[in-house]
Write a protein that binds this ligand. Structure first.
Ligand code: MIG
Length: 692
């Protein structure tokens, strides 16, 4: 089945279930990579790059589309300050594609920490160093990078499919404390005519941060509140945290303790970590029974009418452990206050500030994997994955016919089959808008299609211009959610003076849903990418190969977001002639054909630019205040070029799982010299514009 994929097994790797096919390992020595065994017994894999080699991949990782020139550590980390030098973010996506004279893909399948030194120590050398010698290495051949990605995506199985309503605009904030807070947000959007489909419930909705509880006091008659919101076209999306509060009388805690479903220390007692609820135990998501048990708990909220969730803190993040605090207190007790110098002061400070996410704590608890106790740090990177898998497997049973929105903060390849991801705690920085742009194709390479960043930025205060520019990019990402942290400036779209511009940009998103949803679904069903670097479609174009701030979204369009403050436009590179469209609103836009080459385009703060590729078409629908009200039968078509153009629009009810019904694929054929145009009869196609 996979003649182009070879698997090499070292030691006795723990099965991550990242792949859906069980390939027989090769019996020969590894090819393409040099295996180096160091004196200390560790192994690493080395590849020598050519001068112009590009390295793609690593999914949710820092820096550029081309990963060359930095060092990356897969070790799922709760780090809300993603500055340029950081090596680890929330996900562990150990897949790279080396694209030079030769093209090869490498997937290093290990649940433990692993380092990718991609031309950092030596600019021409890739060195992959796992922390454990038990590992599966997959080598993937293909004629180009894109081809390799598609092979890999088949190997890891179909991506999770979100409901169509999750393509609507969504609003979140950490600190919507009450039902009334949420009602006010909905009103703010509806009063201003800005479309909205979902409001998120962050940790504040729970009763003392206990999973699967809802505060009665702040959300009285929750079921009716969910209904009331649904009547206004709003889905409520509650957060679920990984840690379960230790509290007598709390059913989840008691059941977990009784059944041995929590992670334990070496001495057999339950491991305790401090997170939002205070002391918590971590469900052992790597234990099949515990996973099934935790997953079944989502029913409580499903029964109340909830149809979407986000899983948080599942790296797992911890603020402290009991042991850590005890050590620190002991240290302070014995501290010699009569003799403080800078060294002793800093060690005192570090003792306390270093309590969160300590390596030592990750080494102090265990999972029960099929009866075998495995120390957490050896499987750290698949913890969040398995939390989301718990939910995904449960939804198959609890909601077999209806899609449930699910995305996670921490992830590993394989989790893409159970949910999407959001990219965690970014900041209201222009640099993070750019990072969001660059990360999208890498996420797609690793199977994560339903994804997006906190638009406007999570930490720090957002400005009006940053939010507008970020939204003008975010309208293309499947998850389009404005989210911000407790204590930051209000960030809803009606909090920045005139709302007209926000309304126009978000309305454009809704008009794009027929196209975006279609491209998303086709990517899911065909193991394809929705966001591609230019080089994937124009591999022989030396300029296109270097471009990281323009992306192809689906088969028809190229986007060129503005990501610099005070810029009123930008330079773009067109690898071929394209149709440039610049939208102020759906009734007010310009269209003109531009030739291959470099151009400066003017893009004012209230405008959204996009390009239609040559011999491609873009169907645009009508906006609506929410996806429930989208009229999907009316389309306007914009076509670039007078040669034959074919397009398949994917459409379904957005909720059930009958994905492959032939009725879902609507064919368009324009400009066929021999035949009249083919347009789906179920559609009311108002106008066709052709430019050339
Ligand atoms: O320690 O639930 O990334 O989206 O708002 C912070 C509060 C915990 C981190 C998530 C963020 C969420 C926040 N959470």
């Amino acid at each position: 089945m996979f003649i182009l994929i070879r698997k090499y097994t070292y030691g006795q790797p723990i099965n991550t279930d990242a792949t859906v096919y069980n390939l027989m390992p090769e019996t020969s020595e590894i090819q393409d990579l040099e295996l180096i065994r160091s004196d200390d017994g560790s192994i690493s894999f080395v590849y020598r790059m050519g001068k112009n080699t590009i390295v793609y991949g690593l999914g949710e990782a820092n820096r550029g589309i081309n990963k060359r020139g930095h060092i990356y550590e897969s070790f799922c980390s709760d780090d809300p300050l993603h500055t340029e030098e950081k090596r680890s973010l929330y996900g562990a996506h150990n897949f790279i594609v080396i694209s030079g004279n030769k093209n090869i893909g490498i997937f290093a399948d290990t649940p433990a920490q692993i380092q990718f030194d991609i031309g950092y120590t030596d600019e021409n050398i890739i060195r992959i160093t796992p922390s454990e010698n038990d590992i599966d290495i997959y080598i993937i051949d293909g004629k180009n990078a894109y081809d390799i990605v598609k092979q890999f995506r088949r190997l890891i199985g179909k991506s999770y499919i979100a409901p169509r309503w999750a393509f609507g605009f969504q609003q979140s904030r950490w600190s919507y404390y009450t039902a009334d807070d949420i009602r006010r947000v909905v009103k703010g959007y509806r009063d201003n005519g800005i479309p909205l489909d979902a409001v998120y419930m962050d940790i504040d909705y729970m009763e003392r941060y206990k999973d699967f509880t809802v505060s009665d006091e702040r959300f009285p008659d929750f079921e009716n509140f969910v209904k009331e919101m649904r009547e206004q076209g709003i889905h409520l999306v509650p957060i679920i945290d990984a840690g379960v509060k230790t509290e007598e009388g709390y059913d989840i805690y008691e059941e977990g303790v009784k059944n041995g479903y929590f992670c334990k220390k070496a001495d057999g007692t339950y491991f305790t970590a401090g997170v939002w609820p205070g002391n918590t135990h971590f469900p052992d998501f790597l234990n099949k029974d515990a996973r099934e048990w935790f997953g079944s708990k989502y029913k409580v909220l499903l029964d109340a009418g909830i149809d979407g969730f986000w899983n948080d803190m599942n790296e797992p993040a911890m603020f402290y452990t009991e042991d850590g605090v005890k050590e620190a207190v002991e240290y302070i007790k014995n501290f010699d206050f009569s003799n403080i110098d800078s060294g002793t002061f800093f060690s005192l400070r570090d003792k306390l500030s270093g309590l969160a996410n300590r390596r030592k704590d990750y080494e102090s608890f265990y999972h029960n994997i099929d009866g075998k106790m495995v120390r957490h740090d050896k499987v750290h990177n698949i913890f969040g994955y398995n939390m989301t898998r718990a939910a995904g497997e449960a939804f198959e049973k609890l909601s077999p016919d209806k899609r449930i929105l699910m995305f996670s903060r921490s992830s590993y390849i394989g989790m893409h089959r159970y949910g999407g991801i959001w990219t965690g705690d970014n900041q209201s920085w222009w640099a993070h808008l750019l990072l969001n742009i660059k990360m999208m194709p890498s996420l797609n390479m690793c199977g994560f299609l339903y994804s997006g960043a906190d638009l406007g930025g999570f930490g720090s205060n957002c400005t009006r211009d940053l939010l507008l520019r970020w939204l003008a990019f975010g309208i293309f990402t499947p998850l389009m959610r404005n989210h911000t942290a407790l204590g930051t400036r209000d960030q809803e779209c009606y909090r920045f003076g005139s709302t007209e511009e926000f309304k126009n940009i978000i309305s454009l998103r809704y008009a794009l849903i027929p196209y975006l949803y279609s491209e998303y679904m086709k990517a899911c069903l065909n193991d394809d990418m929705m966001f591609k670097p230019l080089s994937f479609e124009y591999p022989d174009d030396d300029i296109a190969r270097q471009i990281e701030d323009q992306l192809l979204v689906g088969e028809s369009i190229m986007i060129t977001p503005v990501y610099q403050q005070n810029a009123e436009g930008r330079y773009v590179y067109l690898p071929e002639d394209m149709l440039f469209m610049c939208f102020t609103s759906l009734d007010n836009f310009t269209c003109n054909v531009m030739q291959k080459g470099v151009h400066y385009i003017s893009v004012k703060i209230n405008e959204v630019p996009l390009f239609i590729r040559k011999n491609k078409l873009l169907p645009l629908g009508l906006p609506a205040e929410c996806t429930d009200k989208l009229n999907t039968s009316a389309l306007t078509i914009f076509a670039c070029g007078r040669d034959k153009i074919e397009y398949t629009l994917y459409e379904d009810d957005g909720l059930s799982k009958n994905y492959n019904s032939p009725d879902n694929f609507l064919k368009f054929i324009l400009h066929d010299p021999e035949n009249p145009d083919v347009l789906p009869s179920s559609k009311n196609i108002t106008k066709t514009y052709t430019f050339s």
